[in-house]
Design a protein around this ligand. Structure first.
Ligand code: AMP
Length: 516
């Protein structure tokens, strides 16, 4: 079945229900949202000289914009037309966007504002690409055109191409099928939260990522979708919206939860309008979750997932987080919970053999939500999907009751403010400086961001690499949030016998500093 059927069904069952709001302002009902997406689909397939003329089922359509009210109608319009959505994180650098539109061979790119000279870079990298601004007249025409019927799709047909950063520095396109996303949606009701039509889902985190994937469950029950007017994560605004709409749910990275908790604690703010806060995407430390529960009440649910099994590896339910009398309560709330209902989770040794409870190993996942592979990257697909199991690259321990605790990430990804930063990508940029001989980037613990990027730099003899110049290089090439917060100049990097840099040694630098 096509995911667009979820919206079609809700538009039939509750046509008058409010579907999309911008801040407190109600914009469209379910009937209207469906009509707009069906009209967009018509133009995408080329009806009446549409901008997408000639697009065939399976063609890719990219979205590079911040959260906005057009996001949902576009996603559903794309699926309605049998096409594949490629949502791009709006914080990415224009060059990173060029790579994604080129690699996915996107036919169309929707943007929020005039892209200026970037348009040329993007069309150079994806020949035939057309760029449409959702604020322009062409878009207005699209959403008011003639609707078409939903294009049939098979369960394994591609629906969402989710670009994640790769450890090699190049983003990889996770192929998520119609079946993957439908299974993920049903898990939301069983493992995360029984959403209802009286709820509102707030997009306080990017819709291009996990937060956007929570749209399906809420479309299915006819709940309201609220895009914050600020377009960002603003704690005061979230609380105002929660009081206005009531029963508000949202996905938030641990950093966001931390900010919300501090605000509510200091201002003694009323958070009774918040129904559920789903947190995940990065580690939440034990003391932080205890404080969050004490300040916000039993409104939290944790999920552990990755693009390759989106939002669905394990969940720590509201009931588990509230079960304070349980003898292993502390261990449980420090864990990421139990396997989602449609996946198997094991902890395995290097040969993929399941390990007994209590042993640390790589987390492997198998089930309906696991991706089809990486787009046009058979090598990476074969390395990650082995013997039917997704190799997550995360190291964890399962207890006898099936609760998984994550120990470390075997990949060296830095998670800062909920965003993943791959060191290699930053290292490659810094190595372009003429004075830089060697560099290694690691995450330093940060109370505010979870981790922050720090670069260890070895300069060539007799040369200096001023930090302003290193910063400039980064700003010219990669997203601002990936730039190092600090540079440490060293004579040499610690290495093992194979000449590999020992990042664990570099990270030890901080713990040694704390001890001294
Ligand atoms: P991404 O593919 O960008 O969603 O990043 C996925 C990675 O984030 C996982 O492989 C984990 O390393 C980490 N992660 C996701 N959820 C959690 C969580 N609840 N606790 C700790 N780490 C997490």
């Amino acid at each position: 079945m096509n995911l667009a059927q979820l919206l079609a069904r809700s538009a039939r069952v509750f046509p008058e229900r409010p579907a999309v709001a911008l801040g407190e302002q109600e914009l469209y009902s379910y009937g209207e949202l469906f009509r707009r997406s069906a009209a967009i689909a018509g133009k995408l397939r080329g009806g009446g000289g549409g901008v997408g003329k000639g697009l065939q089922p399976g063609d890719r359509v990219a979205l590079f914009m911040a959260n906005c009210p057009q996001y949902l109608e576009l996603l559903y319009g794309i699926w309605h037309a049998g096409l594949v959505a490629v949502p791009i994180n709006n914080k990415l650098h224009p060059r990173e966007v060029a790579f994604i539109v080129g690699h996915s061979a996107a036919s169309l790119l929707f943007v929020a504002s005039d892209p200026g000279p970037n348009a040329q870079t993007w069309t150079d990298s994806a020949p035939g690409l057309r760029i449409v601004s959702v604020d322009g007249p062409a878009y207005r025409q699209m959403s008011s055109g003639d609707p078409i019927d939903i294009v049939a799709r098979a369960p394994d047909d591609l629906a969402w191409l989710f670009y994640t950063s790769g450890t090699t520095g190049r983003p990889k396109g996770v192929m998520l099928s119609q079946r993957n996303l439908l299974a993920m949606t049903l898990c939301y009701f069983v493992d995360v939260d029984p959403a209802t039509g009286s709820d509102s889902i707030l997009y306080a985190a990017p819709m291009s990522h996990g937060a956007g994937m929570y749209n399906f469950a809420h479309v299915l029950v006819g709940a309201r979708h609220v895009v914050p007017a600020s377009g960002a994560f603003d704690v005061a605004e979230i609380l105002t919206l929660s009081r206005h709409f009531g029963q508000l749910s949202l996905f938030a990275a641990p950093t966001m939860v931390h900010r919300l908790v501090e605000h509510v604690a200091v201002c003694r703010a009323d958070c009774s309008g918040i129904k559920t806060i789903v947190y995940g995407g990065g580690p939440m430390y034990l003391e932080d979750i205890r404080r969050a529960l004490a300040v916000l009440g039993d409104r939290l649910v944790q999920i552990y997932g990755q693009g390759e099994s989106p939002m669905t590896i394990t969940a720590l339910s509201r009931q588990h987080l509230a079960d304070r009398a349980h003898p292993r309560y502390r261990e449980r709330i420090a864990s990421v919970g139990v396997a989602h209902s449609v996946v198997e989770v094991v902890v395995a040794d290097e040969d993929g053999r399941p390990l007994p409870a209590g042993s640390a190993g790589e987390v492997l996942v198998r089930g309906e939500t696991v991706m089809q592979g990486y787009w046009r990257d058979t090598e990476a697909s074969a390395a990650t999907l082995r013997d039917g199991w997704l190799h997550t690259g995360d190291v964890g321990v399962l207890d006898g009751d099936g609760f998984l605790t994550l120990k470390d990430r075997s990949k060296d990804v830095i998670i800062s403010g909920g965003a993943n930063i791959y060191p290699r990508e930053v290292e490659e940029v810094l190595l372009r400086h003429v004075a830089v001989a060697e560099v290694s980037v690691v995450g330093r613990p940060s109370a505010e961001w979870g981790e922050e990027v720090v670069a260890f730099v070895v300069c060539r003899p007799g040369l200096l690499a001023p930090t302003e110049e290193l910063d400039r290089l980064c700003l010219d090439s990669i997203a601002r949030f990936k730039r190092p917060k600090d540079y440490v100049f060293v004579g040499a990097l610690p290495k093992n016998n194979y000449g590999k840099v020992l990042k664990t040694e570099l990270r030890r630098h901080w713990s040694q500093q704390r001890e001294n």
